[in-house]
Design a protein around this ligand. Sequence first.
Ligand SMILES: NC(=O)c1ccc[n+]([C@@H]2O[C@H](COP(=O)([O-])OP(=O)(O)OC[C@H]3O[C@@H](n4cnc5c(N)ncnc54)[C@H](OP(=O)(O)O)[C@@H]3O)[C@@H](O)[C@H]2O)c1
Length: 312
Amino acid sequence: MKAIAIEKYGSKEVLKEMQVEEPKANAKQVVVEVKATSVNPIDWKLREGYLQKMMDWQFPIILGWDVSGIISEIGNEVIGWKVGDRVFARPETTRFGTYAEYTIVDQSLLAKIPENISFEEAAAVPLAGLTAWQGLFNYGKLKEGETVLVHAGAGGVGTYAIQLAKSVGAKVITTASQKNHDLLFGLGADQVIDYKTDNFAELLNEIDLVLDTVGGEVQKESFKVLKQKTGRMISIVGLADEEVRKQYDVGFESIWLEPNGRELTEIANLMAAGKVKSVIGSKYPLTEKGIYEAHGLSETHHALGKIVIVSD
Ligand SMILES: NC(=O)c1ccc[n+]([C@@H]2O[C@H](COP(=O)([O-])OP(=O)(O)OC[C@H]3O[C@@H](n4cnc5c(N)ncnc54)[C@H](OP(=O)(O)O)[C@@H]3O)[C@@H](O)[C@H]2O)c1
């Protein structure tokens, strides 16, 4: 089958279209014919070799960890799924990713695509949507009536986080450059701060939860706006400086997404009900050139919403 893969770490030039063996599902897995996938920052971080210590895989590595498509084969212990089902998933993090004609998914990671949602809208969701879900709810314990600060509201994780937080009745404050403010109000944000002209740490206080998607100075400054004792920060970009953290009586956790079909189904239900939608900022074909351009955009750190890759 055709895949876009890498045979060494490096810049976008190492992305190559190649023929690879079709993946084989084990007893508890399905093969999915890929209709669409998406690009996340982890794709190019892995391509560059930044994650080699965590994921020391053999080459070739097929990148991509979001899929929407149709089940084309099922393992003999798979229950509740059949060939022909429209599904989406964040597959396990293996070297057999989703920039390919077919990919493998564990049955426990699958979710049905709601009828009113396209393959493109579905492919945008799993990695970013589950990260937002787990950051806000599993770890952040966000509750109705609380105030959450979502950094980088216009990004892949941010656009889902705003909508998911609103779905439980939280007040949502987010940061974005001015050009994206109307879009984020449209997603339900109560307040949008232009991080290029205003310092959020001077404008905010008594925040219950911060979802840190930026790190560095933004993370450091975010400690200042949290409620003492009950405030908490969940970072998806890394550990806090211990010296800084010690100065505040707040909670902090750095998290890594765990793929989860049940939670993805909960997001799918919200999408079916019109409470959550994918913001697709750009689309590229599943070709060497398409992925090359999509990585280039993601690497700018200023892609709007999700970058979706459509199979031809
Ligand atoms: N731990 C995990 O499991 C996990 C999971 C998913 C993602 N991540 C990480 O989380 C980060 C965000 O992921 P993502 O997919 O949301 O990235 P993304 O879609 O590439 O984020 C791009 C957005 O970030 C905004 N942005 C850039 N700098 C900003 C700043 N200083 N303040 C506010 N907004 C800013 C941009 O908005 P403007 O155009 O308005 O500037 C742009 O819309 C990445 O580093 C990614 O690797 C971690």
